[in-house]
Ligand binder design. Structure first.
Ligand SMILES: Cc1cc2nc3c(=O)[nH]c(=O)nc-3n(C[C@H](O)[C@H](O)[C@H](O)COP(=O)(O)OP(=O)(O)OC[C@H]3O[C@@H](n4cnc5c(N)ncnc54)[C@H](O)[C@@H]3O)c2cc1C
Length: 255
């Protein structure tokens, strides 16, 4: 079997503090020649360590917030454990120097908002903010809906060029992963037409499960009208989260 070509290496071109808890890194350089055309909203796998014998490479998943011919932008949530530790992706985002290279695999497919729905209901935390931004900016200008976005600080709210009929609500939680009901409670309180809506949600695992119980369980939104995914799990690194996510998907398919 032919082995896959190695992922292109992109260099850090610029770093910008977007808001108190979000950093934008621009990656580009000659590796962009091997990167497929506009993939904004798709995800990449950052290879932070090649792994050693018996250990897999260390990969972390991030969304392409914007793509130009010579560069991509990735927005990193800056998160630390209660003892101040950071995971390898966050460590790289905080510490890499301009010119440093990073193998960037993928991209995997974006999860856009399909056109033609009466109403869009969106929920996510800061890890989903890049995807939500891409999706809202791509929506038809006549689209209507509501987005609920959990942020860590009121100043983490961003300008998004969303259609005027999309109401964006920012919900503040200074300790991400500690309020799994925050998003679902906001959706329960809001007035929106569940029977005529398309739902899109991505966030921490427990928040995702509460949203799924409500949107699919209580409101009966089926997969043709709902995209829902967990992007991380409080207390677990990405490898452990992937395992839990797999088990959850298998269990979910059986019920
Ligand atoms: C399809 C997809 C797209 C994603 N896009 C983005 C994106 O564009 N921007 C982005 O920032 N994230 C994004 N994520 C989430 C990101 O992959 C995870 O947050 C990842 O765990 C970060 O890696 P790390 O090396 O910093 O931390 P890890 O080594 O994975 O984890 C270390 C510790 O940090 C905790 N942790 C991880 N993420 C967070 C968080 N957000 N807040 C608080 N604690 C956390 C973990 O629970 C663990 O205790 C995406 C995930 C998926 C599946």
């Amino acid at each position: 079997m032919a082995s896959r070509p190695p992922p292109p290496i992109l260099q850090l071109k610029a770093r910008r503090q977007l808001s108190p808890n979000m950093l934008r890194l621009t990656l580009g350089g000659s590796g962009m020649a091997d990167f497929p055309g506009d993939q904004a909203g798709g995800y990449v796998k950052l290879r932070l360590d090649d792994g050693t014998q018996g250990h897999k490479p260390v990969l972390r998943t991030y969304t392409i917030r914007a793509q130009r011919p010579d560069a991509i932008d990735i927005d990193f949530v800056v998160h630390r454990t209660p003892t101040g530790e950071v995971g390898p992706a966050t460590e790289w985002a905080l510490g890499a120097a301009v010119g440093d290279g990073l193998p960037v695999g993928g991209p995997g497919p974006a999860k856009p908002l399909p056109p033609g729905h009466d109403f869009y209901i969106i929920a996510g935390d800061m890890t989903a903010l890049p995807a939500i931004g891409v999706n809202l900016e791509a929506l038809d200008r006549s689209a209507r809906g509501m987005a609920f976005i959990e942020i860590q600080d009121p100043a983490d709210a961003q300008e998004i060029a969303a259609p005027p009929g999309m109401d964006i609500h920012w919900l503040c939680n200074r300790s991400p992963g500690t309020q799994p009901d925050l998003l679902v409670d906001a959706l329960r309180r809001a007035d929106w037409p569940a029977d005529r809506s398309y739902g899109w949600a991505a966030c921490e695992f427990q928040s995702m499960r509460r949203l799924r119980e409500y949107l699919r369980g209580a409101l009966g939104m089926t997969s043709d009208r709902l995209y829902i995914s967990s992007y991380w799990k409080s207390g677990l690194d990405e490898e452990a989260h992937k395992q839990i996510k797999r088990e959850d998907a298998e269990h979910d398919a059986r019920v």
